[in-house]
Design a protein around this ligand. Structure first.
Ligand code: GLY
Length: 331
């Protein structure tokens, strides 16, 4: 099983997304010459397994996703005499892939890099589309840039050691992607569950490939998020507010609450049918994801008002109008 997707930003800027076995794909993708890896501590063993030189080990937490950690990686690159031909490989979850993209985009004004995301969330979202950066001043991803990886290898076998909570959280991003652009993927989510997906590499690979394909199509048309890419923020307006107020939820769980919220907003505004609203809430619950939150409404509204994606003080909403369709609005 090996499925390839391509994002062609321009003739010279192409990002390939490969869904398949990392051991088979990596030897065909790694360039000749020096390759060094920045790897998440939880999957450090993969450097040996893949035969790549370990440069830096990331303790993947939001606290470590800082300019200081980026500077430590830059220092390692300097110490190891990495030059503009060195290829940086990032192996890990979204924190690691965001950091690696940022370091690679800035070291010597940019070196080539590839990513092996090891969480479902990173495979279907974080590692694809070139958003990279670090947290700063108390805000997530405040410093960063758009720098697409040369290639991304998504291997569902790497997800087998993830706990159910992490897999369910990743499914929230899959469901988000299905709502915004792939009704057949939504149906696949409804017909399956974590156990049936995790037990069937072919099927799980297809779910990852379909979700990645939706994201690739959107970012190919709007890399810099000046318009259509805002679709990918479906459910994230409330999710970011929840994450800024409490540590109780994973990102995916916060997104699930955000998805249920925008579905209700669409239903109440006459944009979504009762049937589609119920399908959205039901599929989230099917993956044991939360669909409501017990936080003071005024604090949530205040936090949503601070979202860096707002424009001229107006909160940006992405609202589903069907399964596979949505509108972007501001209020
Ligand atoms: N995760 C949203 C985006 O890549 O635009």
């Amino acid at each position: 099983m090996c499925k390839e997707l391509k994002i062609e930003f321009s003739h010279t800027l192409v990002s390939e997304i490969h869904v398949g076995k990392v051991e088979e794909l990596l030897p065909t993708l790694l360039p000749e010459g020096r390759v060094v890896a920045v790897v998440d501590r939880n999957v450090r063993h993969l450097c040996d397994r893949l035969g790549v030189e370990e440069l830096f080990v990331v303790d993947a937490s939001e606290e470590a996703k800082t300019i200081d950690t980026a500077a430590k990686i830059w220092s390692c690159l300097v110490e190891k005499s990495a030059d503009r031909n060195t290829f940086l490989l990032g192996i890990g979850g979204g924190i690691t892939t965001d950091l690696v993209g940022f370091v690679a985009a800035t070291y010597m004004r940019g070196i080539r890099f590839g990513l092996v995301p090891t969480t479902l969330l990173a495979q279907v979202d974080a590692a694809i589309g070139g958003k990279c950066g670090v947290n700063f001043g108390g805000y997530k991803n405040m410093i960063g840039c758009f720098a697409p990886a040369r290639w991304v290898v998504c291997d569902v076998n790497l997800l087998s050691t993830l706990g159910h909570r992490e897999l369910r959280s990743g499914m929230a991003e899959v469901i988000k992607t299905a709502i915004l652009g792939d009704a057949a993927l939504f149906a696949l989510c409804e017909q399956n569950n974590i156990e049936s997906l995790a037990g069937n590499d072919e099927l799980f690979g297809e779910v990852v490939r379909r979700a990645a394909a939706v994201k690739c199509a959107v970012v190919q048309r709007d890399l810099l998020e000046s318009g259509e890419r805002k679709k990918l923020n479906l459910g994230h307006t409330l999710a970011h507010a929840i994450e800024s107020l409490t540590r109780e939820y994973t990102h995916g769980e916060a997104v699930a609450i955000g998805l249920a919220y925008v579905a209700a907003k669409s239903l109440n505004g006459g944009l979504l049918t009762q049937n589609d609203y119920q399908r959205i809430v039901a599929v989230l619950q099917h993956y044991d994801l939360p669909t409501s939150v017990d936080l003071p409404e005024d604090e949530l509204w205040a936090a949503m008002g601070h979202d860096k994606k707002n424009k001229e003080g107006r909160i940006g909403w992405v609202l589903p109008t069907g399964i596979g369709e949505l509108v972007i609005s501001c209020q």
